[in-house]
Design a protein around this ligand. Structure first.
Ligand code: AMP
Ligand code: MG
Length: 901
């Protein structure tokens, strides 16, 4: 080259061009000044150390490089033949520890502030601080234009190698590595058209950047170090080695594990399943000779796009990601600005706002092994980034993860939670990669709390059906009062015998396991008797409320495939025509009574159907929820956490039989040895209710919240004898609850929450205190025995404590599904990713809830258009579908549509 004292002149790499541009635009920012600090312990020979650095500078061209741009079409880098290396020695041995720290801070800051003029070599300097006669801190400050992290370690390795050799008096002339300019030449030969096609394919359809929740908009690039903050965590040694073992066993890189984990966290924080983040790649082509020992700026930042499929097993997502990385490596040299312009993103939108860096060079180049007489300690350096969030992963014995973030874009608390989420995602990966992606949980401590501790509800269940559990009570106390209404009282033995007769009669007609039997009765002791009769015959009951509209009853009879209907003359009259066999309890009495009253062996199992209860359906058709015996037995045997049941307890059966509150009212008494008082049929008023409660000594009562409010408004005194008052079915009114707590000091008030699909109750709260503000609502409490609650986001991942998620419920109470509606069943009853039991399912309630700090749940509202009207669950879609059936409504709608067009 024709320059005096110059070894080489050559163009910049794309990344260098970008850096130089930014560095010149923000000269005082210190953004691209890197500092590496390490402590050297042992007898240090300063002169030899200076000499060792000089040798390194001789050996590596980039350390003698400066930049020229003025008057040039494109900037160039120039390698000086000789430079003077600034090497300053400081003393701090005599200082107190705080003063020593202050001195170090001031050296670091001074160097950063002064920065480097890119046009003057060298763009680096060394400070050696003697802190005691056997310890030194070494500070190496350099411009990022020269080197990347890998090269930084390479140079240090050379320096220490030279130091040891010089100390021993050996020859240190080692062959110089391939120069950086070879890399620039290689870059210029790469296939731009191929890269363009690859990136266009990779980013196709990605039209909106991944917006991290809570990340402030910020048009201007961050140009101040002051805004940069950091937070870091370490994985446990166990988790680290589990991840390493996983990587080895499945032939994955640690970087792939980290990338997927970051994608999952991003997905959660952006509510997207298609995410893009930046990744810093080594930029050293794997298949070219001599690249590992080259020194310079090779790294490049590239977009990584991850398509998160909630149902895909983690291992498959990892394999897929790793595969795409292999392809990406071929185009690793691509310029980010080019990629951006090839993408479908609108101009000016950033491709990503977070970047990931996997710093494996630390592990690959252990500095300690370079030195015989010195020990290297506490190697650290200041990284900074102009992205709002950067994740640095540093593989050590305990994997270190550092989050660099810009305080003016995201607050410290959110950054800490993001990091926590990343940690727990990695922990979950270390545990099991065969689960689907959706099962990857959140913050580790909170994750354990939310998923495990707060769901620690398991209770052993006997393998018994409802009628068997009842028969156990008959055997135990045959003369105890089982059921009573205003006209009749039956002991357990008498009720059992009557039910046996009915069962035998039904059996004779062909009722057996899974046979649905309609029940159309007004409230009286006949109801429990009929229910038991149906179950004892092996069948399942389908309540048909005689007060329902005929059309709806007709639909239910058809839809549930009922082959038998049980009722009384008067109630059966209201049923529209149907093909089912009719059993009229009053008219057929003689026949029934002739059937004999011994118990039948029916061969049902706890997994057989016990009942079908209809609820509103959003498409206009109600849907029948099929509940199995085991769910009812679990509900009743597991109630102790919120209601005391058993001999001596008197429950009122007051809810319409077509509501699943009746499950609790009736079986909560009869399977536990208590008494079921059947409220008289007819209109409801506080006074009438009060009379029934008093006449029969009822101590346990369920009222839907609207009824609860009405009774409290009318006359709370009628409830005075009730020691257990359960209410709910819809959000409670804090004002009414407060009034009840005051007016009924001897009553235990319980908020009962549960969809029909989970067998009456799933979550309950014996109300101890009310929130300070009424607006916060009354907590619904905690899952009952054998119920597990999960709060999931749209992608199916557990949300952090305090955040709103859809409540999904698992456990013994989960119903079989919707009768004859496999599609709808599959949509609402999904595989339970948190359960190790095969076949476990979660019911998606559609209720939005969040965790209070102590684990209780708060009901926030619906995710859909379901409402409650006086305790009735109604899908607005059903109303809409019915309205549109009306010719006048239809005409009006058609007209409206025409008007609009
Ligand atoms: P149902 O199947 O009729 O019991 O209706 C279940 C739905 O009622 C739930 O999904 C909730 O939306 C609502 N719900 C039931 N109990 C409560 C409660 N205690 N607080 C708030 N909402 C409730
Ligand atoms: Mg309910």
């Amino acid at each position: 080259m024709g320059f005096e004292g110059v070894d080489a002149v050559y163009p910049l790499s794309p990344l260098q061009e970008g850096l130089l541009f930014h560095a010149l635009a923000t000269p005082d920012s210190g953004m691209y000044v890197n500092q590496c600090i390490l402590t050297l312990r042992g007898e240090l020979d300063t002169d030899t150390m200076v000499e060792a650095w000089k040798r390194a500078v001789e050996r590596h061209e980039v350390l003698r490089t400066f930049f020229v741009w003025e008057g040039l079409a494109s900037p160039a880098q120039v390698v000086d033949r000789q430079i003077e290396l600034p090497f300053e020695v400081h003393e701090s041995e005599t200082l107190s520890p705080p003063a020593r720290r202050a001195q170090m801070d001031s050296i670091l800051q001074h160097r950063r502030q002064r920065g480097f003029d890119p046009s003057v070599a060298p763009l680096m300097c060394i400070d050696l601080v003697r802190t005691s006669h056997r310890t030194h801190d070494l500070v190496w400050t350099f411009h990022h234009l020269l080197l990347d992290g890998w090269s930084m370690f390479s140079v240090l390795k050379d320096v220490f190698g030279a130091y040891e050799a010089l100390r021993r008096g050996d020859d240190v002339t080692i062959e110089a590595p391939r120069p950086y300019r070879d890399h620039i030449a290689w870059l210029r030969r790469q296939d731009v058209a191929g890269a363009k096609a690859f990136w266009q394919r990779t980013l196709k359809g990605f039209t909106a950047p991944t917006r991290i929740r809570g990340l402030a908009d910020h048009a201007a690039p961050v140009a101040s170090l002051e805004a940069a903050a950091r937070t870091e965590i370490r994985l446990s040694a166990d988790t680290t080695s589990a991840l390493e073992a996983l990587a080895r066993k499945r032939r994955l890189t640690m970087s792939t594990l980290l990338q997927l984990a970051w994608a999952v966290v991003l997905g959660r924080w952006s509510d997207r399943h298609d995410v893009v983040f930046g990744m810093i790649v080594s930029g050293r082509p794997a298949d070219l000779a001599g690249y590992e020992s080259m020194v310079g700026l090779f790294t490049n930042t590239l977009p990584v796009r991850v398509d998160l499929r909630a149902d895909e097993p983690v291992i498959e997502a990892l394999t897929r990601l790793q595969q795409s990385q292999l392809e990406l490596r071929q185009y690793e040299y691509s310029r980010l600005v080019d990629i951006q312009s090839w993408s479908d993103l609108p101009a000016g939108e950033p491709l990503f706002e977070s970047i990931l860096l996997f710093e494996n060079f630390r592990k690959e180049m252990p500095l300690d092994s370079m030195l015989e007489t010195l020990r290297v300690d506490n190697v650290r350096w200041f990284e900074h980034t102009n992205y709002p969030i950067a994740v640095l992963a540093i593989p050590e014995e305990r994997f270190l993860i550092r989050l660099l973030f810009h305080r003016d874009r995201i607050d410290t608390d959110a950054a800490a939670r993001i990091l926590d989420a990343l940690r727990s995602t990695l922990e979950a990966m270390a545990e099991n990669v065969d689960r689907p992606l959706r099962a990857l949980p959140l913050a580790s401590d909170s994750r354990h709390r939310v998923l495990v501790e707060w769901n620690d509800t398991e209770m052993e269940l006997p393998s018994e059906c409802i009628q068997e559990r009842f028969e156990r009570q008959v055997a135990r106390a045959p003369n105890a009062l089982a059921v009573a209404d205003d006209d009749e009282r039956l002991t357990y033995r008498r009720l059992d015998r009557r039910a046996n007769r009915l069962a035998r009669h039904l059996r004779g007609l062909g009722v057996g396991p899974e046979t649905r039997v309609g029940l159309c009765l007004r409230r009286s002791v006949r109801v429990p008797e009929a229910l038991l009769g149906i179950l004892k015959a092996g069948g399942a009951y389908v309540p048909l409320d005689p007060d329902y509209p005929a059309e709806r009853l007709a639909f239910m009879v058809r839809d549930s495939g009922i082959r038998f209907v049980l009722g009384e003359r008067e109630t059966l009259d209201v049923l529209p025509r149907h093909g089912a066999t009719i059993v009229t309890l009053d008219a057929d009495r003689e026949q029934i009574d002739a059937a004999g009253d011994g118990a039948l062996a029916v061969g049902t199992t706890p997994h057989n159907l016990a009942y079908v209860i209809y609820t509103s359906g959003s498409t206009g058709r109600p849907k029948g929820v099929g509940v199995e015996h085991r769910s009812v037995v679990s509900l009743v045997l597991g109630a102790d956490g919120y209601a005391r049941l058993g001999p001596g307890r008197t429950l009122l059966h007051f809810a319409p039989i077509s509501f699943d509150a009746s499950t609790f009212e009736i079986w909560g008494a009869l399977l536990r040895g208590g008494t079921c008082v059947v409220a008289p049929a007819g209109p409801v008023s506080a006074a009438r209710l009060g009379r029934t409660l008093a006449d029969h000594g009822v101590d346990t009562l369920w009222l839907t919240s609207s009824l609860f409010n009405a009774v409290l408004d009318e006359d709370p005194g009628v409830l005075a004898g009730v020691t257990q008052l359960l209410t709910g079915g819809e959000a409670l009114s804090p004002a009414h609850v407060r009034r009840a707590l005051e007016a009924l000091p001897a009553t235990r008030l319980v908020n009962g929450y549960g969809p029909t699909e989970c067998t009456t109750f799933a979550v309950t709260y014996p109300i101890e205190r009310l929130p300070a503000r009424d607006a916060d609502g009354v907590s619904i409490g905690r899952p009952i025995r054998n119920a597990r609650t999960y709060l999931l986001d749209r992608a199916g991942s557990s949300v952090a404590p305090g955040e709103a998620g859809e409540l999904q419920i698992g456990g013994a109470g989960v119903a079989r599904g919707y009768l004859g509606r496999p599609g709808l069943t599959a949509e609402r009853f999904v595989p339970d990713p948190f359960s190790s039991r095969p076949g476990g399912r979660l019911y998606r309630t559609g209720d939005l809830t969040r965790h209070l700090p102590d684990g209780r749940l708060e009901f926030l509202g619906r995710v859909d258009h379901q409402v409650k009207l006086r305790g009735f669950r109604i899908e607005l879609g059903e109303i809409e579908a019915r309205l549109i059936e009306h010719p006048r409504v239809r005409r009006a709608v058609v007209r409206l549509r025409e008007d609009r067009e």
